[in-house]
Write a protein that binds this ligand. Structure first.
Ligand code: NAD
Length: 495
């Protein structure tokens, strides 16, 4: 087992961990706390302030004050970019500490946090810092008889609610464009994984970003989260999480006419034609399925395999999935960690049970897993199901390492099955015939189509969903920065 970094011990040393409001660390007004656990052994790691509506009120007020008075909103973009670059450098400098905190709280293998999640936060901050410098804020418009221009200005206080699967990476994807545009933010992290956001908040202070520009209210969804979505002081809202809660957030924002971005769940498909390298595709999709223990919104959980390669593909994937080392995130041999909580473990197991009950064929039996020396951890084994798609395990998002494998004969039949889903987040197509791959990529209905790979997130193209998977244009593209700037026309008659 990898030893805990002294800075992580120090960070966890003074509990409860506090809220950051207006640059000050404080307990929740009610004094209430909640616990966060290590999913690898079920033990409590930390107690954390459980903010409620009163704390959200204070945070929105502090963010509003910072928007009006700190100078953040009116700084030239290149000066704001200096702060965001400084923050990105601090994220890099503290990478090991942040990675350990993330691994401990989520259960993911430490190398995944160290090599993936945390560097991606720094890259996103830099991407939007630089983009904002090159984005035109003032466009003169040719209208005869008038001097007219369109200006783009920050909205004000933006609320952010995040899930627990990629806690800090999603904070980066969410707040970087909002901050680069000159807004101030209030963040509500998931109650299962608040730790990396709180450590990151220390770095925000160290970067010299003015007090109140970034505020963090930890707490439960139904209290702190709901209070944030309903707050009259909000000018924009962004939510990443389940479609069920996303609808509640959308309703609350609708009542106050607050523009909202919803990044929600998925039931992604991979379509595999018979001209592919079967070994490679089986290994790549098995890795994608077990990345973060399947707790990835866009992962492929419906594998549509051409009938000619179906048997071979299932054999290879079964081999890849059964040879995987399951263990604690701090064990260097671990390839797949636990799921995040006992609740999530029950959810995965219940889908397996209900799927089988409704007629799914078990191709690889999953179920609970035990890891020596880590009793109490929330471990599950990967599973493969087959048969027709008329059951709950094939239709709904499970959010665990479970894939449904379906044979197909014709291209249009495969596309029709993909598009039957109520979600629309991400799919992939695998074929040596690029013309066919491109055609299928554009006919599968979703925010993202990938070719001969799954889970690709380059900055520059939007990552978002349609249908039950979300609305609002996605993240990580030039348009995302514009989403955090409101247009305003300035016109004067000439002569
Ligand atoms: P969730 O919807 O249960 O919770 C997400 C957040 O919402 C948490 O911070 C929670 O405290 C808060 N919340 C809960 N009830 C609330 C309420 N009534 N009002 C306001 N906030 C409330 O989701 P989860 O279980 O944390 O995450 C898993 C889901 O997130 C999956 O569906 C997954 O696909 C989705 N997800 C989507 C993306 C994406 O980019 N599209 C990324 C990651 C995760």
């Amino acid at each position: 087992m990898i030893a805990l970094h002294p800075a992580v011990k120090k960070f966890l040393g003074t509990q409860p961990l506090k809220l950051l409001i207006g640059g000050e660390w404080s307990n929740a007004a009610s004094g209430a706390t909640f616990e966060t656990r290590d999913p690898g052994n079920g033990k409590v790691i930390a107690t954390v302030a459980a903010g409620t509506a009163a704390d959200v009120d204070r945070a929105v007020a502090a963010a509003g004050e910072a928007f009006r008075k700190s100078g953040w909103a009116t700084l030239p973009a290149n000066d704001r970019a200096v702060f965001l670059h400084r923050l990105a450098d601090l994220v890099d400098k503290h990478r090991e500490i942040l990675a350990q905190i993330e691994s401990l709280d989520v259960g993911k293998p430490l190398p995944q946090a160290r090599g993936g999640d945390i560097p991606n936060v720094a890259a996103t901050l830099r991407y939007f810092a630089d983009l904002s410098v090159h984005t035109r804020r003032r466009e003169p418009i040719a209208v005869s008889g008038f001097e007219a221009r369109s200006v783009r200005l920050p909205y004000g206080v933006c609320g952010f609610i995040f899930p627990w699967n990629f806690p800090l990476l999603l904070v980066g994807w969410g707040i970087a464009p909002a901050l680069a545009a000159g807004n101030t933010v209030v963040i509500k992290p998931a109650e299962d994984t608040p730790l990396s956001t709180l450590y990151f908040a220390q770095l925000v202070k160290e970067a010299g970003i003015p007090d109140g520009v970034v505020n963090v209210v930890t707490g439960l969804g139904e209290t702190a989260g709901a209070a944030l979505t309903q707050h009259p002081g909000l000018k924009r809202m962004s939510f990443t999480g389940s479609p069920e809660v996303g609808k509640l957030v959308g309703e609350a924002c609708g009542r106050n006419l607050v523009p909202v971005k919803l990044e929600l769940g998925g039931k992604g498909a991979a379509v595999l034609f018979d001209d592919i390298d079967v070994d490679h595709a089986a290994s790549a999709l098995s890795s994608a399925l077990t990345l973060n223990t399947g707790q990835v919104c866009c992962t492929a959980t419906r594998w549509l395999v051409h009938e000619k390669i179906y048997k071979r593909f299932v054999t290879r994937a079964t081999k890849a999935l059964t040879s995987l080392h399951i263990g604690h995130g701090f064990d260097p041999a671990t390839q797949m960690g636990p799921v995040v909580s006992e609740k999530q473990r029950r959810r995965v197991l219940s889908y397996l049970e209900r799927g089988e009950h409704e007629g799914a064929k078990v191709l690889l039996r999953g179920g609970p897993a035990t890891v020596k020396g880590h009793a109490g951890g929330f471990y599950v084994k990967p599973a493969l199901l087959g048969g027709d798609c008329n059951n709950v395990a094939c239709r709904e998002e499970i959010f665990g390492p479970v894939a449904y494998v379906l044979p197909f004969k014709q291209e249009d039949e495969a596309v029709e099955i993909v598009n039957r889903s109520t979600y629309g987040l991400a799919n992939s197509v695998w074929s040596a015939d690029l013309a066919r791959a491109n055609r299928v990529a554009e006919t599968m209905v979703a925010g993202n189509s990938w070719i001969n790979a799954h889970n690709l997130f380059p900055h520059g193209v939007p990552y978002g969903g349609c249908n039950l998977s979300g609305l609002g244009g996605g993240v990580n593209s030039p348009e995302t920065l514009l989403d955090y700037l409101r247009p305003q026309s300035v016109v004067r008659p000439l002569g």
